[in-house]
Design a protein around this ligand. Sequence first.
Ligand code: ZN
Length: 170
Amino acid sequence: MGLAAKPTAPKVPLGILLLATWILDLLAVAFGFAGIERGGSAGLPWSHGLFMSVVWSVVAALMTARIYRDHRAGLVVGLLVFSHWALDFLSHPIPFSSFSWRSWQWSYGHPLPSDLPLLFGSSPKVGLGLYNSISAVEATALEFGMFILGAAVYATYVIKKRKAGRSRPA
Ligand SMILES: [Zn+2]
């Protein structure tokens, strides 16, 4: 998503766009460390709840718009932060517990109940559960395919920009 978004926000460095898509997971790690989120049956309401994901997206959008003095850049970064929740909504819960590099195999979990809270602790949890119904190999292929698509959009953008730069008079 970060790669594919670059043409729509040329002012924002690629690293920031990629970071935007990871923010909810970075928050989950930080909140886990701080003891604010426990995971398990409570889910991750402060990093992955629908309400807080919207809050983080708006905060990121406002900060980006201010830093780059560009409302569109802010909108793009805000949408990138939220795209993490949207894609998690499609794919979660994730029943593939781990990948063993030694045997090059996924260990399969059971189909799990939805784990993305709408608000906080006791609120209903959602998630369409795509990864409950496809194999870990299919899921990996899907994610790799999305990465290739994003990389293609980004590569096309870079090539076009280089050509435009070359044709401009010195
Ligand atoms: Zn996540």
